[in-house]
Design a protein around this ligand. Structure first.
Ligand code: 2F8
Ligand code: CA
Length: 147
């Protein structure tokens, strides 16, 4: 098996969607710690194809009992160091973003990015306060094949 049980393989990478109610919702930092304990990090999006594949899964996860503000998934993207300078966890600056209309708007100091189940998955990001509790997506390389 390439990925840990419960993880999804897409284009040779392993993804974990924190969907189950028992995992609950967490701050951006707590979600990062969860991923690190699994040898992974929050999702870093490197291509339009990767964005579309992930955004479609997020869109299918839509829970009508939750308002959109509570149904996002944290990704590994922040502008905490310099306002407006969005940087991925791997240190690369954001080139092309897939923000929802009007986002990022930094409403009440929003420094962390999340992907939401929008009708248009191509524009599904919002900046939200990092201490807001949301679901999250972890990403890691497949397990090395050994013994
Ligand atoms: O309308 C967009 C706006 O929606 C919410 O605020 C009302 C979001 N807030 C949270 O998710 C906490 C804003 O980030 C978003 O811009
Ligand atoms: Ca926002």
């Amino acid at each position: 098996r390439q990925c840990l049980p419960g993880w999804t393989v897409i284009n040779s990478m392993c993804y974990f969607f924190a969907l189950s109610e028992e995992l609950s919702r967490r701050s951006w930092m707590d979600a990062t710690h969860f991923c690190k304990r699994q040898g992974s990090d929050l999702l870093v999006i490197n291509s339009r194809e990767e964005h579309m594949a992930l955004a479609e899964i997020v869109t299918m996860s839509r829970d009508p009992s939750r308002s959109l503000a509570h149904s996002g998934f944290w990704i590994g993207l922040r502008d905490a160091d310099v306002e407006g300078s969005w940087t991925w966890l791997d240190g690369t600056r954001l080139e092309e973003g897939y923000w929802d209309n009007g986002e990022p708007n930094n409403q009440n100091n929003e420094d962390c990015a999340a992907m939401y189940p929008r009708e248009n998955p191509f524009h599904s990001w919002n900046d939200a306060p990092c201490n807001w509790n949301l679901k999250w997506i972890c990403e890691r390389t497949p397990r090395p094949f050994s013994s």
